[in-house]
Structure formats: C-alpha cells, structure tokens
Design a protein around this ligand. Structure first.
Ligand SMILES: Nc1ncnc2c1ncn2[C@@H]1O[C@H](COP(=O)(O)OP(=O)(O)OP(=O)(O)O)[C@@H](O)[C@H]1O
Ligand SMILES: [Mg+2]
Length: 368
C-alpha cells in the first residue's frame, strides 16, 4: 500500500504534448478512476506511473520515494494493460505465477495464490491452456489474475473489463470492489464505463486533452460539475445543454434564459448572471419528467424503451433534449408533451469560459 503523488507532470511525444501539468495526490488505499475521451492521455499517465514512459518534466512519487529514475520492476506496481500482454508460450498458470517465481515466493504459497485468483476470476479450468487458446475476455481475466496474485504497493488497471460480456463485467466489477474493500490497496483504474467509474471510485479524475478538468467523489462530480465539459462527460445519457442569454423574467424577480429562437427557460433564483450574459443551461435527462401542465414543452421524435426506463428524444424549441422517465410511454412519437421543469436541479454555466456559475445553487448542496 502506498500514496501516489504526481507533481506538475508533463509528457510530450516529440512536439505533441500529451500530459500537461498534471497534479494529483492519491491517498494510501484510495481507489481512483480516470475517465476522459479517447486520446486524452489516460494510458500515458498510467505508463508514466509504471515507469514504462519517462516523464518530460515533473515528479512522480510512490510513497516516500521519488521514482522518476526508478526502473519499472523496482516500483512495486502491478499493471493490467489495455492490450493485455501475456507470454504466449506459457500456460495460464505459468503466466500468473511468473511474477511470484521472480520474487522467489515459496511454491506452496504460489499454488494457493493461483487457486484463489483463478477461482475469483472464473478461470480455474483454463489454467493449463496457452493464451492463444483463449477468448479475448478470458485473456483479459488472466492478465488481471497475474496482477492480483501479487501484493504490490499500487495497482494500475487500464480498462481491464472492456472485453468481457455484460454479465461477467458486472460480476468482476463487484469482485474488484469487494477485493478493494478487503485489501485497501491503492488503485488507479482507467475506464470508459460510467457505471464502473461511479461504483468503483473513491474519487474520479476527469481528463481532457492531457489536463485534469476535475477531481472529486462520484457524487460531487454528478451534482457539482465545475464546467460544461465535466457536466457533459459524467452521466448517461449525457446532460442536456441549452444555450442563450440571461434576461430578467417579465413579472417575476428571477432571471430566465432566452434562446436564439425565442424560447425562454426560468433560472433558479439563486443564480444571478448579468443581463445579456451568454449562459449555458444544463439539465440531466433523469431530472426532467412528463407533466400535465408546464410552460416547457417537448416535441417527441424518438422513444427508446430500455425495459425499466424510457428515453425520449426530441426538441424543446430548437434544442435537442433527452428525457429519461420511469414509465412506459410507447405512443408519444410526434406528440408535444409538457415537461416538468426542475428549477432546483439546473446547472448554469458561463458560455464564454464554460465554468459553472455560483456552484452552490442546487438544492442538493443544501441537502448535503
Ligand atoms: N508512443 C507514442 N508516440 C506518439 N504519440 C503517442 C504515443 N503514445 C500515445 N500517443 C498519443 O498520445 C495521446 C494520448 O494517448 P493515450 O494512449 O494516453 O490516450 P488514452 O486516453 O489512453 O485513450 P484511449 O481511451 O483511446 O485508450 C494520443 O493522442 C496518442 O496518439
Ligand atoms: Mg488508453
């Protein structure tokens, strides 16, 4: 177990800057999940921590040790790669025990450890096969087994569950969470899966273009995204955005948003943008709902039933909007329906900077 500390880490490949001034303090035993669009630098960051890539500038500390000059094998790290690299000429069992043999762990302990992870990862009956005789998902589990059989200071996982089928993925996610709760190892985990990020993370790090946009607990990021990027990235289906200008609300104290096509949306009283300020209103699909009467209407284009919930896609004025409801509403295509407008769940951003306006506006903050 160990802390990990990244201080002003920059990494360039030639003239291309891939990590820019990354500062991150990871506590001992913390489970940190990195998310961000493809190519934003997540794998590069893990590779730098593992020592597979040299940083261009900045410092990486693991525990009390500055590891910039420390070889990968001496960093006390286990990594599961995005492209799981197994030794093709070794059996699954040998692949998993290799690291233990290198560390001269006694044989009986090796056997016990392998049996344990193999059972957990459901690969016991594959132990005598070679990687070439396995499916992608099976190989991925072997790669995880190889990392988990050791007890390193830090685990690095790069999309370890991406090749598994939906059911196995959910099982493995639960196993990982249980394992972490038991062993409390420090984990840095990269995923594209929202549910994985929300359920596994103590803290989520949202990256974009080689920079950290926000670091926080899953609930913090969901309730209080600091900018439009994080707001649109966390949550699925993604948050709806409506752009326009702030203006006084006729006949009322509060402000409203006026879109280019003349539609208006009330803003929470606690947000006070300047009149005329370009603002972006964010509202999550799950915070919109059908109503019997409202000033806001949705013209429904597409209805997507998912079983327990229904996603409605359509337009409010000229804006594309998604609404997630828990009823079954099969017959709404082409209809115009009133939408309940959740004044206390709106996110308001300055369009010019993308930054959140007055981040303590939400009812959820008051409740927290
Ligand atoms: N060895 C390299 N040489 C040059 N450019 C590289 C190298 N490795 C990565 N890059 C570039 O660095 C950027 C970040 O890559 P990285 O693999 O870290 O992204 P990622 O966030 O892991 O993406 P994904 O989600 O697709 O796995 C990309 O633009 C990639 O093309
Ligand atoms: Mg990657």
């Amino acid at each position: 177990m160990s802390t990990v500390s990244l201080r002003k880490v920059c990494k360039s490949f030639g003239a291309t800057a891939v990590l820019r001034d990354v500062d991150l303090e990871i506590a001992d035993g913390e489970f940190v999940v990195m998310v961000g669009p493809s190519g934003c630098g997540k794998s590069t960051l893990l590779n730098c921590v593992a020592g597979l890539e040299e940083v261009t500038s900045g410092e990486i500390w693991i525990g009390e040790r500055l590891v910039n000059e420390v070889a990968p094998k001496d960093r006390d790290i286990a990594m599961v790669f995005q492209a799981y690299a197994l030794y093709p000429n070794m059996s699954v069992r040998q692949n998993i025990t290799f690291g233990l043999e290198m560390r001269q762990v006694p044989k009986p302990e090796q056997v016990k450890a392998v049996a344990h992870v193999a059972e957990m990862l459901q690969i016991t009956d594959l132990l005598e096969r070679r990687p070439g005789q396995l499916s992608g998902g099976q190989r991925q589990r072997v790669a995880m087994g190889r990392a988990m059989v050791r007890e390193p200071a830090v685990f690095l996982f790069d999309e370890p569950l991406s090749n598994l089928d939906a059911k196995l993925r959910v099982q493995m996610r639960a196993e990982l969470k249980a394992l972490h709760q038991r062993l409390r190892q420090t984990v840095i985990y990269v995923t594209h899966d929202q549910v994985e990020a929300m359920t596994l993370a103590d803290r989520i790090v949202v990256m974009n273009g080689g920079r950290i946009e926000q670091v926080g607990s899953p609930v913090e990021l969901y309730d209080h995204p600091v900018n439009v990027f994080v707001a649109g990235f966390i949550g699925s289906p993604a948050m709806n955005f409506i752009v326009g200008r702030a203006q006084a609300q006729p006949g009322r104290a509060g402000m409203q948003l006026l879109t280019a096509d003349g539609a208006s949306f009330p803003l929470p009283d606690s947000v006070r943008p300047d009149a005329g300020q370009a603002i972006t209103l964010g509202v999550r699909p799950e915070h919109l709902d059908l109503a019997t009467d409202s000033a806001v209407h949705l013209k429904v284009d597409i209805v997507e039933p998912t079983g327990d919930e229904t996603h409605l896609y359509g337009k409010v004025g000229d804006e594309l909007v998604c609404v997630k409801v828990h009823q079954r509403v099969p017959m709404l295509q082409g209809q115009v329906v009133p939408l309940a407008w959740p004044l206390d769940r709106l996110h308001v951003f300055d369009t010019a900077t993308g930054k959140r306006l007055a981040s303590d506006v939400l009812g959820v903050r008051a409740a927290a």
